[in-house]
Unconditional design. Sequence first.
Length: 126
Amino acid sequence: MATEPGLRSVGQIALNAKDVERATAFYRDQLGLKMLFTAPGLAFFDCGGVRLMLSGAEEPEFDHPSSILYFKVDDIEVSHRALAERRVEFRRPPHVIHRSPGMELWMAFFRDSEGNTLALQCERRA
């Protein structure tokens, strides 16, 4: 019988940043994430128990925008308004992505200071 690898959850996500100081200001000041610590060329934030690391790409092959991070929120309109007040530019207002019996999935997409796509995500009862 094969041994299970024991993967439980995501512990850290790394995001590329061309300018770590600029990206740090965006995630700290505009998104309001809790800063954990910094190291030369690195910044670490708490994102609901998952550590978010901002860093420059170590190799040219890794120098590209990241996967999309979806931030869960309880009220997408309130979160959208709060971020817009902090000059976060959204591609369009919150909108329904998917409907199923009893549930609607709402999203609103935006970019960080480094060109990475991010989104707000909210599940509502239909």
